[in-house]
Design a protein around this ligand. Sequence first.
Ligand code: 13P
Length: 253
Amino acid sequence: MRSKIVAGNWKMNNDANASKTLANELVAGLKDKSLQNTRVVVAPTFVNLTAVHEVVSGSVVEVAAQNMHQAKSGAFTGEISAEMLTSIGLKSVILGHSERREYFGETDALLAEKVTAALANGLEVIFCFGELLEDRKSENHFAVVESQISNALFSLDAGAWKQLVLAYEPVWAIGTGETATADQAQEMHAFIRKIVADKYDAALAEEVSILYGGSCKPGNAKEIFSKEDVDGGLIGGAALQAADFIAIIEAIQ
Ligand code: 13P
């Protein structure tokens, strides 16, 4: 059975103290909850990964990085490699976030390289994609999502998919307060599962967790998560408050 996952992408928020405080609040708030087949992941900034990892050690909370460089090492000032992430005990990395695509020029081709490097180092990849508002208005959203997934992921062999989590994040819903309706999310998630089944096979597609991201909040999480092909969420703003993030985790139980 595929896992349910609620992941918090902290983006460029929370200094060292705030990161540790939030991590401590999550550990305390989740301590007595029995989570059924549900993983909880947080993705702090690079400089706070180690501290947060220490705080959550022994708890249900896992830690992911928000990005990484595709090379093993070398003259890439300011960058972080997959090996550096695994060397501090991390098991997951987010790749392909729309903010990386939009503000840092990350292309499908570059993301394919990053995914390959992450998987080769044993990291799980939470791979993000999603259409712009104009794509949806022009009814191009399925084609855009299909090309993002196929360009970055469809050259992988079937075995690699065990290390992949997909995150559909319609760009028009990120940080805007505007959410895809539960039906829009379900429609896209079912489409994604179908293209993966067509490329690989139905059993593989059934095992892939597909998260929804984009203004997911305590008030709308339950309805979105109730949909058959929605296996959890990648949460931005609402992951910055422990109470909200925990309420979203409870919404998937
Ligand atoms: P918001 O939840 O703030 O819309 O952000 C979603 C997101 O980008 C998660 O990666």
